[in-house]
Design a protein around this ligand. Sequence first.
Ligand code: CP
Length: 305
Amino acid sequence: MNLVTLKDWSAEEVATVLEVSLAMKADPDRFDGTMKGKNLALLFQKTSTRTRYSSEIGMLQLGGQAVYLDWDVTNFGLADLADEIKVLSLYSDLMLVRLLKHADVLKATAASRVPVMNGCCDRYHPLQGLADIMTIREAVGRLDGIRLTYVGVRNNVCNSLVAAGVKVGMHVTAVTPEVNPAAADEALYEEARRVGLFDEEDDLAAALARSDVVYTDTWIDMEYFTDPDFAVEKERRLALFQPYQLNAETLGSHKVRIMHCLPAHRGYEIDGAILNDPRSIIFDQAENRLHSQKAVILKLAGKLL
Ligand code: CP
């Protein structure tokens, strides 16, 4: 079993990992030693704080170990991806890959002899999606019937919320004036629309008025944020998205939980003060990356029914 996108998992599989994530947080000692002697390979083509560290620490807490490989200091850039992944998998029990392109995640998954987790590509971020639904369930007490507004660029994180929503009965409204072309997944949106769990809205205030949760993410892919060659595009996006920033004015008195997958670009998609707003569950969400990551490791290792 792999985790490339939550589209590939059944509702029962998502529910199992969700329950184990919550149990992991409530009583982590119960899972001591469950990955004893096992090795997780972490291959990263992009930077990371949460995904990398929650995976390394999570694996250690479960009694196993994780080994981090930075793409730039390996021979992945010299060779065929499938050959290098196959070799890596011969030394590992599990693998997590953060690769730029979804097509490469699929190639890696096909080549690996061990289960693979997608640690975020240009189309999906399923580990984030699982931590997100765990956080909403914890904060609100349920997922079925929850209405979430996603505001910003329609990207990999938005896609994973929609995919998770379909599995747990959570409705997602996209207030997304622009879709990242690499992330566009019409089949996913069509399926979510068909089951009444996805729609689109231009008016952020109108969407917030009927939402339990609002969620935003960066307007610009991380790797471009400080790239001088991206300056013109960056200015265009900042102008387009500025009215959609989460701040005291746009949030008003709406009774919504506020989420962000982090890293936050304070003063861009979110005003810095909002991270610590009483309605914010952003740092619970970040903490839950650890608990849910450990549950996914157990699931892929075949330790959960
Ligand atoms: N949200 C998230 O994936 O964070 P990192 O990029 O730091 O892993």
